[in-house]
Design a protein around this ligand. Sequence first.
Ligand code: ARG
Length: 394
Amino acid sequence: MGKAVIIFSGGLDTTICVPLMREKGYEDISTVTVDVGQPATDVEQATERARIMGTDHHVLDVKDEFANEYCVPAIKANADYFGYPLSTAIARPLIGKRAAEKGVELGAEVFIHGCTGKGNDQFRIEHGLRMFAPEIPILAPVREMNLTRSWEIEYAEKVGAPIGQSKDKIWSIDENFWGRSIEGGRLEEPGYAPPEEIFEWTASFEDASDQPEEVEIEFSKGVPVKINGQSVTPRQSIEEANKIAGRNGVGRIDMMEDRMIGLKVRENYECPGAVLLITAHKALEALVSGHEERRFKALVDQQWAEMAYRGLWWDPFMEDLNAFIDSVNSRCTGKVRLRLFKSSLQVIGRDSDFALYSEADASFDDVESLPQSQMTGMVRVHGMASQLYKQQRG
Ligand code: ARG
């Protein structure tokens, strides 16, 4: 048996993959953790569990790549799948890609991931692996062996796999700096109100400050470059936006989501930074783009979200959509001011050298720039077809 490479988060599902693969006869096992900005303690826990189980362990830090190459396009595309800024979705292709490349380097004979058969991540991660290591077969024990969480816990205890407190953990959480997803337990019931304890990044209405906070975000070609006058990298902009929106209770999302396999499920997210940056970005686009562009961009953004949700990051259609999105964003340079207050977020000002707006033309007080009197003819022909139709029908 050759080398088995496990895409390893260090959670229950991927931890039990180690003894399971050993039972199948794989002696030579590497575990690969791709760091897209999940909590440092998760990355440390993965390393510790790998050490206990004696695998050849690798941590790949792709945080800046994730911010620059995945979150930035998401901002430009106003990433929105039924209200969800696609935080888990856009990280998965990158995890697949980097794990694939590492696997090839390590001489993997097989890849193993811990995704279940009901979610979207199996599609996204496997696609990333196949795109960049098409020859290497993939095993998904949780899916293929129909495993349940309670079976996994019992099995881990039997073989002495380090799963720590997994037993008491009710929520299944996925996290990177673009957002947190909280699933499982009673949250699966659409009628169950999310308990306060599931939220870690956003203040409750009660705890949020009693004073409104204003923030100014500056974009250059659709990319956030300054927050409150302070220069930021894309990653810093997201981290800072998470703090600002989070402390004001902005960015909680409770929604019904239609999964790729056709399942409708209830989902909870906290995406404070994504909500703040995308709200600001949309406001700037509205200032610098024309009417037809805005209408069409909304359609393009929606298609982009569908493709991103499915993890089809390298599809030619995605390239086409990004080409249009980048073209619109080439003029998306300027500043947006927003006010946050107890979970509300309002745009209160915008400014750009590329604004397709003329104060003189729009003003009721200016009679020189665009004289009202010239409009008479234009107004007269408005609705001609409707008039003719009415005449015909009598
Ligand atoms: N439903 C979301 C998506 O498909 C998030 C899934 C995250 N996984 C988790 N275990 N919380 O993008």
